[in-house]
Design a protein around this ligand. Sequence first.
Ligand code: PLP
Length: 437
Amino acid sequence: IKDVNVIQELMDLDKKHFLHPTSPIKQQQDHGPTFIFTEGKGVMLKDMAGNTVIDGMSSLWNVNVGHGREELGKVAMEQMSKLAFSSCFATYSNEPAIRLAAKLAQIAPGDLSATFFTSGGSEANDTAYKLARHYWILKGQPNRRKIISRTKSYHGVAMGSTSATGLKPFRDFINSFDPDFCYADHFSTQDLREVIESEGPETVAAFIAEPVQGAGGLHVAPENYFKEVRSICDEYGILFITDEVITGFGRTGKYFGIEHYGVTPDMMCFAKGVTSGYAQLGGVMLSEKIHQDFTELSTGTLLHGYTYSGHPMACAVALKNIEIIERENLIENAEIMGSGMLKGFRWIQGERQIVGKVKGLGLMGGIEIVKDRKTNERFQTPVAPIIVTEAAKRGLICRSVVFDNQDTVVFSPPLIINKEEMERMIDILHDTIAAVE
Ligand code: PLP
């Protein structure tokens, strides 16, 4: 535990010099950080003042194998000592990147078999849109430029991924309007069809969707939704891209979220869980057919590449992380603990008046807060943010979603969570809601 003077010094420096990502600027200036984390072990995080909390969000939906894995630190150190970095442009390559690309081909759904690496999810999404557009140029249909995404979607904060994000506040933040991006209702395939028809199918390059919407409020698509999406995309010749940035690497109780729906996308974006947050990595996988078309039709250079595409240390960490996921059967654990989490939410729903709908898939879950369960009426001022603040004081980190008139608390604990830890999480949540109600 640090001296209070050191904590105060860091609070002051944080306020003065650190512009936090996705944060209320004014509040940060007034109060500084609530936690300055110093350590993590398993599902627990510890801060400078000595407080310990359950990381009910796997931090940013990403620390799938839990905190404090020395194995991952060791592999990073070994790789950095041997070869910290080398280019993957043109004819250069490195062993971890090659082996990771091959491993991904083995575990990805269907015939997704070639990977373009990025440093994170936003870059992965922008890459997918650029590859989709370039694909149509190669196929002699350059008018296919538009990307259709869904309402309530979140695809990241690069220019393209902001434009594709269905949550309007993210676009309004930069006064973004790009007519090449359009939005279909998140649950209605009929609406998707109508958007395609009204935009003109010959202008649409791709449709992108998260198998389970996370940041947009934890929305699990209806059972037949993605089968219908796949067939609509095939009917109009539109590429189908899944954004598995959250849902990949076991989060939903299957390797990738789209596997619940029995369809294969043409491209798949991933990040977060690929390294469990131990290194910065993302990417886009292409189906064998798309990859082959690229290879056969392209005569020039693929003019898209990040300095860190195929970073050796990040790829080495990813390989070890995937090994851990498999060795410890974490995907199966996510399925089992996920149903326990949902059961816990239902129990709370029975006990507490302000809990409306509860929902989840694997270890992604959410509870909606309502004033009146029968009419689904909301409180005038959202209550979920209060629950999040109060839960943190009681030792649980969770997250609120208030976009689009929602009032939801969301969870995504590490895939290693055990029964006792899950029960503790549910107990804290229950007690918090009881205190707030
Ligand atoms: N796509 C989805 C579904 C996400 O949830 C996120 C981040 O939360 C992103 C993309 C963006 O990823 P990153 O923050 O790594 O750029």
